[in-house]
Design a protein around this ligand. Structure first.
Ligand SMILES: Cc1cc2nc3c(=O)[nH]c(=O)nc-3n(C[C@H](O)[C@H](O)[C@H](O)COP(=O)(O)OP(=O)(O)OC[C@H]3O[C@@H](n4cnc5c(N)ncnc54)[C@H](O)[C@@H]3O)c2cc1C
Length: 403
């Protein structure tokens, strides 16, 4: 088998790249380890700048209509009532709007659109394990599909294979992965009737900052669904999973009254996923005949809602570079063209990774402060002053795009 571009991993970045190149008439193969699309129970905020960028592929409106809830507000409250609200006025003043998206549906829409170009094929159930080489140049991918070996020749290989990228490792590209002190516990939910369907909710219990469940975030999805997120230090997440179901639900009900309804809907721990998200930035994005993008190039934490937005930004910039590289008619995409992609994207991705780094420091440093007293005061101050929350929103909504 030989294609123009072989992409390892059908994540959001790989799917956007396949669509962008398929529309330009290139033959693209997406090679994905998962035999069927997984249901991703994770909140994925896409910012307005990403929808603007996807409009160029004609896919923005469909993702907006079928996968997104443009948020009217995000309310942060403690046991004594509201602390801070990110309102529509704040979004407008910050020049952005968060859209709460269902990652499973977004990826399905992107893959369907890519396949509809007639130039894209998807190989599922194939775990990539290495690269084909022609001297110094990468000439394709190798992998396993069940007991069978899988070989695919390509003029360009792209790694969209996530934080532990095999493509990145096979290219010998260095990365230092920093651990993040917080685990993310997530679950897909039916959106509780008592909550507005276009608002995000964050519930804080300052009394549980040292022990128990301190934070619950709920974000709505289209179609009456939604997602729950519980950020928790590793050791406490370990204890929580060891203590069993009743202790967990009692803690959640203390944190937020809506916990009672979630208890009726979900099993603990069966309905929940738990992920660790280290972060870092690869030393390079390309080699002769190969490139990496998204989490493979710059794994991030959920802080600031950057990872998927950055992967989409990478895919669109890489598609430009690949197009100009392949149009010259050579057997491969010259490294020079791929360096142009890196030159555009590295500074933006560095800003997005910096948000994870700042969040990591804040969590570590915060452990030494009297947080139960401090957090409600700081939240109310930010609400009163207005500009700190707008500055943050502006940073989150544009870090991955602005020059
Ligand atoms: C709890 C949580 C909340 C998040 N919130 C947000 C948010 O609000 N906003 C935001 O923008 N981002 C968010 N993110 C991050 C975002 O989901 C990721 O950054 C994004 O999915 C990265 O996309 P990607 O295309 O780089 O790779 P991925 O989506 O990681 O896709 C990689 C693909 O490669 C496949 N793969 C891996 N290894 C192999 C192999 N050897 N062979 C073949 N296939 C392979 C995997 O199966 C997977 O399908 C969040 C993440 C988490 C966990």
């Amino acid at each position: 088998m030989r294609v123009d571009v072989a992409i390892a991993g059908a994540g959001v970045g790989g799917a956007v790249l396949a669509l962008a190149l398929g529309r330009r008439g290139y033959r693209v193969a997406l090679v994905e380890r998962d035999a069927s699309p997984p249901r991703l129970a994770r909140p994925e905020i896409l910012w307005s700048a990403t929808f603007a960028a996807l409009d160029g592929l004609g896919i923005g409106p469909r993702i907006l209509a079928e996968s997104s809830v443009p948020l009217e507000a995000i309310e942060v409250a403690g046991p004594e009532g509201p602390l801070l609200t990110l309102s529509r006025e704040d979004f407008t003043a910050a020049g952005t709007r968060p859209h709460s998206t269902n990652p499973t549906i977004t990826r399905a829409i992107l893959l369907e659109a890519a396949l509809a170009t007639g130039n894209v094929e998807v190989h599922r159930g194939v775990a990539i394990d290495g690269l084909l080489k022609d001297g110094e140049r990468v000439a394709g991918l190798t992998g396993r599909q069940g007991d069978a070996s899988f070989v695919l020749e390509a003029r360009l290989v792209v790694g969209d294979d996530g934080t532990q990228s095999v493509v990145r490792k096979s290219l010998g590209i260095a990365i230092e992965l920093s651990p993040f002190p917080i685990d993310f516990i997530t679950a897909e939910i039916r959106w509780p009737a008592e909550l507005a369907p276009d608002r995000g909710y964050v519930r804080l219990n300052p009394a549980s900052f040292r022990e128990g469940l301190p934070v619950l975030a709920l974000l709505p999805w289209a179609g009456g669904a939604g997602v729950l997120l519980l950020p928790l230090p590793h050791d406490r997440a370990d204890r929580l999973f060891a203590e069993g179901s009743v202790a967990f639900w009692e803690e959640l009900c203390t944190l937020a009254p809506v916990g009672r309804e979630l208890w009726d809907q979900l099993e603990f721990p069966g309905s929940f996923a738990r992920v660790k998200r280290p972060f870092g930035h690869a030393a390079a994005y390309s080699a002769e005949g190969a490139a990496i993008l998204g989490d493979a190039a710059h794994p991030m934490t959920p802080a600031g809602g950057q990872g998927a937005n950055a992967a989409i930004g990478d895919a669109l910039a890489l598609a430009e570079a690949v197009d100009s590289g392949l149009r010259s008619g050579g057997s491969t995409v010259p490294r020079e063209a791929l360096l142009a992609y890196e030159k555009v994207r590295r500074p933006m991705n560095a800003r997005s990774v910096a948000i994870s780094r700042s969040a990591g420091r804040a969590f570590r440093f915060g452990g030494r402060l009297p947080l139960p007293a401090l957090v409600p005061v700081l939240a109310r101050l930010a609400e009163h002053a207005g500009f700190p929350k707008r500055l943050l929103l502006r940073r989150f909504g544009a870090a991955f795009v602005s020059g």
